[in-house]
Write a protein that binds this ligand. Structure first.
Ligand SMILES: Cc1ncc(COP(=O)(O)O)c(C=O)c1O
Length: 447
């Protein structure tokens, strides 16, 4: 997949990757970083500034990963850096309450419908804790999720988490990884995304056993698949009718799809709110911080106010919450307007290039988030996303990389932009697209 020229340009990354493999499984600390889906050597990044990554061989790339979402303002934003540096100079963790925790929680409460917030260190912990709270609050055990939605590597949520089989109405959907006991996923009902009939049928049959329905507020982990109009409201209403909680996972969409996340695009307009929400990525400003929150009466069941236990040594860490607070305060309407404009330019150019090269594709978005599917659209669920021509994407990915644009190394991911993606960065992407589309056309359909 990699050309001789690109191999020569990646000598240091290749060396480091070989070394990393001797001390870390697969050489990476999160699987998709390994390039397994596209082939080749992951770039080891030395530094990043604004919209650009620089690797250890000195190559520069326009970054369309943005740390898988968090870097809304771009890398090394001077004001975030200043706030973080000051925070670090005061110490890095105390294990007692701090000011930035209260301020970040207040900022989240101000932007979203949640009334109370509890911080965690990762999105995985946030969804895991929200599920536990929903079960503790309702006294029920069953959880409903959608095929293709990823909620972190929580045992009970690793059924059809972006790569398994969509299974309608089958409580024994089964884990999509070894190591998860089937007793964990036996209580997980997996349904096709955007399928109101499947939701209605599942609640009709199991409604009195369902603790909660958890969904990505807009699917972003099978590529960007927006909820059909009214779909999230239908979920909220169905849960309410059956005494289950509606848990909206905004770890990816939160403070990115819009100023108020995906909820700002539907719930805020239509006048409904989830019972619980989860957040991460942008709200941590590039540090390990995440949160769950929601109705005050539900959150009151959390320890120490209530009896549902949940805790974390570094939860609400003062440096991480300072970074998140600085990021959210700088995430103004202008930032979202810029993301929208830059996104429109890139989406249009990608569609034009792929059309000109004859590559089947679908460009999909929700708010400022978008992705390019290498299949005919519209993609409405995981079955649709699974039909992608991954060989075509791999060729496209490497041609873009060789031209200095670092896309996510998987066809199942969004393309992330930041406020720092200026004209030069966008133009670099536009210049790279036609040849990459032709590369995709020449590889398309190959296994
Ligand atoms: C929607 C969603 N929920 C939860 C998670 C898990 O977050 P983390 O990787 O911080 O554990 C992710 C991560 O990509 C996500 O996209």
């Amino acid at each position: 997949m990699t050309s001789a020229a690109s191999t020569a340009r990646t000598a240091r990354s290749s060396e480091l990757f070989a070394r990393a493999r001797t001390v870390t499984p697969g050489g990476v600390n999160s699987p998709v970083r390994a390039f397994d889906a596209v082939g080749g050597t992951p770039r080891f990044i030395r530094s990043a500034r604004g919209a650009w990554l620089t690797d250890v061989d000195g190559n520069d790339y326009v970054d369309l990963i943005c740390s898988w979402g968090p870097m809304l303002l771009g890398h090394a934003h001077p004001e975030v850096q200043r706030a973080v540096t000051e925070a670090v100079s005061r110490g890095t963790s105390y294990g007692t309450p701090t000011v930035p925790e209260v301020e970040l929680a207040s900022e989240i409460v101000a932007r979203t419908p949640v009334e109370r917030v509890r911080f965690t260190s990762s999105g995985t912990e946030a969804t895991m804790s929200a599920i536990r709270l929903a079960r503790g609050f309702t006294g029920r055990d069953v959880v409903v999720k959608f095929a293709g939605c990823y909620h972190g590597h929580v045992d009970s949520l690793l059924a059809a988490a972006g790569s398994g089989l969509a299974t309608f109405g089958n409580p024994n959907a089964g884990p999509s990884t070894p190591g998860v006991p089937s007793s964990s996923t036996d209580l997980t009902l997996v349904l096709p995304y955007n399928d109101t009939a499947a939701v209605a049928a599942a609640f009709a049959e199991h409604g009195d056993r369902i603790a909660c329905l958890v969904t990505e507020a807009a699917a972003g982990n099978m590529g960007v698949v927006p909820p059909d109009p009214g779909f999230n409201r239908f979920l909220a209403e169905t849960c309410a009718r059956h005494g289950a909680l509606f848990v909206s996972d905004e770890v990816m969409t939160g403070f990115r799809a819009s100023r108020q996340g995906q909820w700002g695009l539907d719930g805020a307009v239509e006048g409904w709110a989830p019972d619980l929400m989860t957040f991460g990525k942008v709200m941590g400003g590039g540090f390990p911080a995440a949160a769950f929150g929601g109705r005050a009466d539900v959150m009151a069941h959390l320890s120490p106010e209530g009896s549902v236990y949940q805790a974390g040594t570094l939860s609400g860490n003062p440096v991480a919450t300072t970074a998140g607070l600085a990021t959210l305060r700088l995430a103004t309407d202008e930032v979202y307007a810029h993301l929208t404009a830059a996104g429109e330019t890139i989406k249009e150019a990608a569609a034009d290039a792929l059309t000109a090269a004859g590559v089947p594709h679908a460009v999909q978005s929700t708010g400022t988030m978008f992705s390019v599917f290498f299949t005919e659209g519209p993609v409405r669920d995981f079955a649709g996303a699974s039909g992608q021509d991954v060989a075509a994407y791999a060729a496209f990915f490497h041609a873009m990389l060789d031209a200095g644009v670092h896309l996510p190394p998987s066809a199942y991911e969004g393309w992330f932009l930041s406020a720092a993606h200026d004209d030069r960065a966008v133009q670099t992407v536009l210049d790279a697209l036609p040849a990459a589309a032709r590369a995709a056309a020449s590889q398309g359909g190959r296994p």
